[in-house]
Design a protein around this ligand. Structure first.
Ligand SMILES: [Zn+2]
Length: 107
């Protein structure tokens, strides 16, 4: 059996995934390991790394969304043009369906 200390809290770092007892918690409940000797540069500071990476990712994501939107808009235009007759037919079918529903269930 492994003896567990009651005082030390061990958490999993949300950035590197390693277990640590020296960590910082953010307001949005993320925990990052931080190994730092007072008065010195931090040996490990996953919070800084995490937010640095997050900012980079967000920039890339935003760029990606923009290009995706462009693509889907173009696709939508094509669908509109080719499926106009099909859409009208579907609409007629729907109208018929609603009418029969009405007559079958008078209220
Ligand atoms: Zn970490």
């Amino acid at each position: 059996m492994r003896k567990k200390s009651q005082l030390q809290v061990e958490v999993t770092c949300d950035y590197c995934g390693s277990k640590t007892e020296t960590f910082v918690a953010t307001p949005d409940h993320l925990r990052f390991c931080r190994i730092q000797t007072p008065g010195k540069e931090p040996e490990k500071d996953c919070m800084t790394d995490y937010y640095r990476r997050k900012n980079n990712v967000q920039k890339k994501e935003i760029e990606g969304i923009f290009s995706q939107e462009k693509n889907s808009l173009q696709k939508k235009e094509e669908v509109k043009l080719t499926d106009r007759t099909t859409a009208l037919k579907k609409l007629e079918e729907l109208k018929k369906f609603l009418n029969t529903k009405k007559t079958n269930h008078p209220s």
